[in-house]
Design a protein around this ligand. Structure first.
Ligand code: ZN
Length: 526
């Protein structure tokens, strides 16, 4: 780190200190609760964001016993037995408690750039720090993910709950008979669902028929293919990921791509993909949205993963890269046709403008879909295209707000809707007695500013040294300063509290070690 960066880091650390603790205090040690399961946990004085978009309420106390929410009530009404014999207490005064986030679209990575290992704990910590307590992996290393799933369920690793949806693609499986056999086999091995990508109609019919026979849930990345959202909706897919396939179902004819287009060239693929919604016929778009709603297809748009296409410099200059970007990811993000999603060569203002237009139409379509009763969820698909694990899901929530949703609806997308998507709505996604204690304790009110959920924290205004709304009335003697504050303080999964500042400190250390290691191993080379 050079001197200027070091100065910035110190300034940032000071700013964070001011926000979190008005009085200078020594560096806190790891809190005793971190990553340990108390038999009973009482969260006191909590304002509650329930999960289903109803207004927040509180303050209340929340009692968690053996990983389950057993009591929510007025502070004075907490059963005295529960309070006096509780193993652990978190005071949530001034904080908001909401359900843990379901990241409906993610992938586990142990390496991005070949030759630079990336410890899996890096990604786990970042997701927990961003409030992700459930991660639906849609394509990955199946055997490893199943092992991590079991370890997460047994609480022998620090990680979100994991659902494993392996890829089924025509490239892998071929004939419809082979596809069916492959699905039966992967179901026997414990697949929680299927991630479908790029199918011809006959293959898709086989996949969906087999999935329904076996009672498996399905998610699809439709791609630019023979099949569109219309086929997937008709055949009963559970969720459509990204933007693909919806605009295609609304074209008059087919995509208007130039003759030299190659879908294998990601400059072409991601450049032209940004033109699809503008080519869609608005009337047909309304109709395909109606069909998706009618067939109970969920939409998991993953807005955040394509954002670099509409604003490359924003994506490249994210402030958390300085301390938290692992060198494996850093190398992978650099422009290279060998790396999926690293397609930025001479990216133009026109390409950005087209993508901005695409976002406007796409976001309006998602908003219309929800207003007609469609289920919208949140996923980040991070680890590609300058999107970092955890920060991506935090940004995803902001983009749902940009799409026109109220912050309460955005949080519903991220929590209760996620639980419905994965079929866990009887025990997950709400702050409710009898539900699994997956809870976030947020420094501040995320309904005021969703950026408070970002693991890096958010800019906040201090009025005479105390956090205040930036609409606060100001007197002549008031002192106004800005600082970094917010963030999630505790992410609780299955009743186990994880201290977010501790998780983030560990991430910084992993990154610092990996950077030092790289300098060391490359120093002697020409
Ligand atoms: Zn993905």
């Amino acid at each position: 780190m050079n001197a200027a960066l070091k100065g910035l880091a110190i300034a940032a650390a000071l700013a964070l200190g001011v926000a979190a603790q008005p009085q200078p205090q020594p560096q806190p040690a790891t809190p005793a609760l971190h990553a340990r399961q108390p038999r009973r946990l009482v969260i006191k004085n909590a304002m509650v964001i329930y999960g289903n978009a109803k207004p927040p309420y509180g303050p209340v106390d929340i009692v968690v016993q053996d990983g389950v929410i057993t009591y929510i009530g007025a502070t004075s009404d907490v059963p005295s037995g529960a309070r006096s014999t509780s193993d652990a207490v978190i005071d949530a005064a001034g904080k908001y408690v909401m359900p843990g986030i379901v990241n409906a679209h993610m992938h586990w990575h142990e390496e991005r750039q070949p030759g630079i290992p990336q410890p899996i704990q890096y990604e786990r910590n970042l997701y927990l720090a961003a409030g992700v307590t459930t991660a639906r992996e849609v394509g990955g290393d199946f055997d490893k993910s199943k092992r991590w799933q079991a370890e997460s369920n047994a609480h022998t690793i620090v990680a979100p709950r994991i659902l494993v949806y392996p890829f089924v693609s025509k490239g892998r499986t071929g004939s419809t008979a082979e596809i069916r056999a492959w699905i039966r086999d992967i179901k026997r091995k414990g697949a929680d669902g299927l991630k479908i990508i790029g199918m011809d109609r006959d293959q898709l019919e086989a996949v969906m028929d087999e999935a329904h026979t076996l009672g498996m849930r399905t998610a699809t990345h439709i791609a630019v293919e023979e099949t569109t959202a219309k086929d997937y909706a008709e055949l009963g897919v559970n969720s459509i990921e990204h933007f693909y396939g919806v605009a295609e179902a609304a074209l008059k004819g087919i995509q208007d791509f130039p003759p030299d287009t190659s879908y294998s060239n990601e400059i072409h693929r991601f450049g032209r993909a940004g033109e699809l919604y503008a080519q869609a016929d608005p009337e047909r778009l309304h109709k395909i949205i109606d069909l998706m709603v009618e067939k109970h297809v969920a939409w998991d748009p993953t807005f955040s993963i394509y954002e670099a296409s509409r604003d490359l410099q924003r994506a490249q200059a994210q402030p958390w890269f300085r301390d938290y970007l692992h060198p494996s990811l850093e190398e992978y993000f650099k422009s290279s046709l060998d790396n999926h999603g690293s397609y930025f060569f001479g990216w133009t203002s026109t390409q950005e403008a087209k993508w901005k237009q695409q976002y406007r139409i796409w976001m309006d379509a998602v908003r219309e879909f929800a207003s007609k009763g469609g289920l919208v969820t949140t996923g980040d698909d991070a680890g590609y295209i300058y999107s970092m694990y955890g920060f991506g899901i935090s940004r995803e929530l902001e983009l749902h707000e940009e799409a026109g949703f109220h912050p309460l609806e955005v949080i519903e997308h991220a929590t209760w809707n996620g639980a419905r998507l994965i079929g866990m709505e009887d025990r997950l996604g709400k702050v409710r007695e009898g539900f699994i204690a997956d809870l976030l304790i947020v420094n501040g009110n995320p309904l005021e500013n969703l950026k408070l959920l970002n693991p890096y924290g958010a800019d906040i205004m201090l009025l005479n040294g105390r956090p205040a709304s930036n609409y606060s009335p100001l007197g002549p003697d008031d002192k106004v300063t800005s600082a970094r504050g917010g963030g999630i303080e505790w992410t609780i999964k299955d009743g186990i509290p994880y201290h977010v500042p501790t998780l983030m400190r560990e991430v910084r250390e992993m990154v610092a070690r990996a950077r030092a290691q790289r300098v060391h191993t490359t120093a002697g080379q020409p």
